[in-house]
Design a protein around this ligand. Sequence first.
Ligand code: BTN
Length: 247
Amino acid sequence: MFFIPLFLSNLKTKKIGKQIEYIRTTGSTNKTIYHMLQNKEIEIEGVLISDQQTKGKGRRGNTWFSSPGKSLTFSLILKSSDKSLTEKLPLISGIAIIQAIKKMINIDCQLKWPNDIVYNYKKLGGILIEKRGDNFIIGIGLNVNDSDFDESIQKQACSIYSIINRSVQREPLLAFILNDFEKLLNNDMEEIIKKWESVCSHMNTFVKFHYSKNILEGDFVGLSKNGEAKIKINKKEHLFNSGVINI
Ligand code: BTN
């Protein structure tokens, strides 16, 4: 059970997350929040949190597995009037999560391009941003108190519990994420890129890059001003706006 008063007592935002809706079980919070918006059941900048997703969606058509009542699975809806949001949102969502975890339990997690949350190269969380009409739906899944993982992800996944050997409260953690997310929205792209690169797990590292059925190899040297991955292959810098990095 997600305890809303505890969440609200830690929430310091002006707008983001002021409307919070909780559903015990749903298919996917990304899908449900959009239906709620269409039915005028949620406002822009509202957040939907669920304790159990039966059809959690990951990036690239993957399934997102989460443990009922133990993970954080939530979606936030924003209006897409500001054009720079397309580039900013994936980056600031990741940075906000890293900063919130640091504030909550003082551990340094990192980001793997484009926006996986990792600890010791194992995946702790992910972000799925979908554009629906004039709206952005930002879906975040974070393994918090999970102790069992689906067999298919056991080797690559971790949770806060598996890192520090104790449970943490999800309510303040979610509030801290939203507090930082709102502050970061006002940063310009240059500041955001600097922050993102400072918490990247593979800056200036040799990487294997899966890009439209090809595997390229080169050095990840940072982000372009639009948030694309800059990879140096044979001394020449190439920009990519999609793909998967293997370290
Ligand atoms: C990824 O593949 O890394 C992205 C995972 C995103 C999962 C979250 S959980 C809350 C929201 N609802 C979904 O169905 N997916 C996102």
